[in-house]
Structures are given as structure tokens and as C-alpha cells.
Design a protein around this ligand. Structure first.
Ligand code: AHM
Ligand code: MG
Length: 294
């Protein structure tokens, strides 16, 4: 049976041609990134640059490359207002008159790049004009691409979650209406930092262990959340001593993922509050986060 392509899926799921164009552009770049990752060890594009981004992370060569590719792909779309990226200090205004803002972590899981492990691209799209600091509930589209043994796109247009596998240059629909399973065997957290967790996070950790859950942690949000999406369980990154407000960034990492998790029947909470309701006060704001079904 012939499978539905991403473009066919978009034709039947949105009438917004600008949104379709933006999603297609972003996913075309993800195909390029997937190919780049495949040959990076041969092409000497592994390794760090001399630069440090606004969050204090050393940028990897592929972080910068992925960011530049995304920026370039959006340049020709007049409806795009600005790009908000982990790798850029400020919102990068592409077209003053455009209305759509793109929020992205171009290559998530930087510490995994050099070891040929899982990484991802995260993106959110909102028709919010000159307003960049919006709560995640205003995202019109959220998605991520997981670069692993298969390259997989997970997407929501605000009406359920679908996923697509890249095959011979096309993203092909493989799952619709993804719902996080009620229960899961795994919990996912950087447990090496547990001595710095607050009482609530410690209690959660103890409870998960008492329930007999096993630990899985990849160090890439995209792959850790993909497990939760398909297998259930919990992924959390709480406050720690080194990151008192959490490590993960709200606008372009957490919000798109939180939107997907909620659309898949799950919960995303930050310090007792529904994460998608938080209005950020700055572009690279971080918050503690927990993603789960219940
Ligand atoms: P990155 O975007 O520079 O890769 O940083 C974000 C990553 C997340 O993917 C992951 O969940 C987290 O940082 C891992 O942090 P830690 O190494 O502290 O466990
Ligand atoms: Mg990241």
C-alpha cells in the first residue's frame, strides 16, 4: 500500500498555505541535517567551535551549521517574521511584515553528536507577529525530528500527533493519533545530579524506584521524550545547584515538546504549573520540567 507523504498529509490537515510552506521548508532542512550527520565523521565536521551560545554552551560545528541551514531555508518565505533559536542571542528578524515566528533548537543533544548517537531538531511555529515571548499554548505547530537508526518526524498541528519516517527522500506517515501509554516501565532523568534535587523531585525519584521503574537517559531531550511518547513513563529535568531554574529552555526546547506531549494526552508541568501557560520574560529562559502521562 502506498504511504501518505508529509506533503499529502499537510494538504488534508491545514488550509494555511504559509504554515505548510514553513513546515515543508523546515523538514527539508532536517533531511539535509540527517544526511550531514550520516557522513559527519567522514567530512570532519564533528567537534566544537570557539563560540559559546547565550546559555553558556560551547557550540558544536554541527549546531552552527544546522542553525544556518534553518535560517537560510526560511529567508525566502515572506510570511516568516523572526527566527528564535538556541544558537542566536536575539530574535533574528527575517521579514518585518511577516507574521510567523519560528522557535527552534536546530540540533538538540549536542553531547551526542561526536559519538554518532541520537540527536534531534525541535521546532515550534506561532503566528504571533512582533510578540516573541509567548506562552507555549499559542504555538500553532510543534514538531521534532529524531536522528537515530531511522529519521523520524513527530508533528502536531493542534489536532493530535502524527509521525513520519524518512525513506528515500520523503517523510512517510507511519502513525496517527499517537497517545502516550497509561503506564511505562522507564523513568528518565540525569540522576547523577540527584544530590542537588529539591524535596519534590527527590520524592518523585523515590516513588518511581519504589514502583520498580528502570532508568533510561540519553542526554538528548528529543530521544528521551520519544520514549515517553511511545512507551510511557516519565522524563524530567528539575532544578539543580548548577541550574537553579532548570536547564532546558522554555521557548524553543520545552514548549514544542510540551505541546506534543499534551496533544498525545500527557502532561507537562513546571514547578507545579502547566508549562504551556508560562509567559516567558526572556528569550533563553529556562524552567524545571517534567513530562508524563499522568
Ligand atoms: P543542547 O541543546 O545543547 O544539546 O542541550 C540540551 C540537552 C537536552 O537535550 C538534554 O535533555 C539535556 O541537555 C542534557 O543535559 P545534562 O547533560 O545536564 O544531563
Ligand atoms: Mg537542546
Amino acid at each position: 500500500m502506498t504511504k501518505t507523504t508529509l506533503k499529502q498529509f499537510l494538504q488534508s490537515h491545514t488550509k494555511d498555505t504559509s504554515l505548510t510552506q514553513i513546515i515543508v521548508s523546515l523538514t527539508e532542512v532536517c533531511k539535509e541535517i540527517a544526511e550531514q550527520l550520516r557522513t559527519a565523521p567522514l567530512d570532519s565536521i564533528h567537534g566544537a567551535t570557539q563560540n559559546i551560545n547565550t546559555s553558556g554552551d560551547i557550540q558544536q560545528k554541527l549546531d552552527v551549521l544546522a542553525n544556518d541551514q534553518i535560517r537560510k531555508s526560511l529567508e525566502s518565505i515572506q510570511e516568516v517574521h523572526a527566527l528564535v533559536s538556541e544558537e542566536l542571542p536575539d530574535a533574528d528578524i527575517l521579514h518585518e511584515a511577516g507574521e510567523y515566528n519560528i522557535y527552534t533548537d536546530p540540533l538538540d543533544g549536542s553531547s551526542n553528536i561526536d559519538i554518532n548517537w541520537t540527536t534531534g531538531t525541535i521546532f515550534g511555529i506561532a503566528k504571533s507577529g512582533t510578540e516573541y515571548l509567548i506562552p507555549g499554548e499559542r504555538l500553532d505547530v510543534a514538531g521534532y525530528v529524531l536522528y537515530s537508526s531511522a529519521c523520524e518526524l513527530v508533528l502536531t498541528l493542534g489536532n493530535g500527533v502524527a509521525s513520519f519516517i524518512l525513506d528515500k527522500g520523503e517523510f512517510l506517515l507511519t502513525r496517527t493519533n499517537i497517545l502516550i501509554p497509561e503506564d511505562g516501565r522507564y523513568y528518565s532523568v540525569n540522576e547523577s545530579k540527584s544530590a542537588d534535587f529539591d524535596d519534590k523531585s527527590l520524592a518523585l525519584l523515590a516513588q518511581l524506584k519504589a514502583e520498580g521503574k528502570s532508568l533510561r537517559y540519553s542526554g538528548a531531550l528529543v530521544s528521551d521524550i520519544h520514549r515517553v511518547l511511545l512507551k510511557g513513563g516519565v522524563h524530567f529535568y528539575p532544578r539543580t545547584k548548577s541550574h537553579p531554574e532548570g536547564k532546558l529552555r522554555l521557548l524553543y526546547e520545552i514548549n514544542p515538546i510540551a505541546k506534543i506531549v499534551e496533544e498525545a494526552g500527557g502532561r507537562a508541568y513546571s514547578a507545579g504549573k502547566r508549562t504551556l501557560l508560562i509567559t516567558p520574560t526572556k528569550l533563553h529562559e529556562t524552567v524545571p520540567i517534567s513530562f508524563s502521562k499522568r
